[in-house]
Design a protein around this ligand. Sequence first.
Ligand SMILES: [Mg+2]
Length: 226
Amino acid sequence: MIGKSVFGIFVSFLFFTGSGLVVGEGKLPNDVRWVRQSAEYRILCEQLFHQATVAILRTVKAEKNSGNLAVVVDLDETVLDNSHYQVERWKAGLSFTQDSWSDWVNREEAGLIPGAKAFLSTVRKKGVRVVFLSNRMNDNLKPTRENLQALGALDPRDLFLLRLDKDDLKEVRRKEVTDGTGRMKKVGPLKVIGYVGDQMGDFPSDRKQEFGKTNFLLPNPMYGKW
Ligand SMILES: [Mg+2]
């Protein structure tokens, strides 16, 4: 949680004190601290990516025509770890703004979500195309690519479908991937055998029964539409 009120901090202090934990000034809020410091978060992410890898490889094996297989992967809090941005905002007593977010993206300092890099390289080796479908603005494609490149998480064959404007919903872009239309016209239709994300909006709304099969959801307690 960012932009926490003074009252909120006071309540947190009472909570921590009540549970016997020592609270120092500047102690991170629980959500950000869990992501940045807990073994549980790291292992959950690695576990999820392992599960996704096993499922995808199984599907690849079963597919007769494996030339057009793809995974649709979100970026923030799925491949890229932006918890440092959350820390900075919290320390400054500020919340999310589009401008500060854009500044952060352009600094190219995001880290890697545990397990993401191995997942991406394993599925690529099987010829599965990686489509990064993210609500990062398309204007920030260059720093996004450079950040991924520096982390060793980018392949020249990867595709990017970032957001052009507010009407460019993820659902619109997912349809371009499966239909081979719009920005995906040159690539042609792809058969999506896996979706990975940290928000419900990262998954097709008509495939909510597919979690653990083709939909793989990572934990993100720091922000979301909840
Ligand atoms: Mg995300």
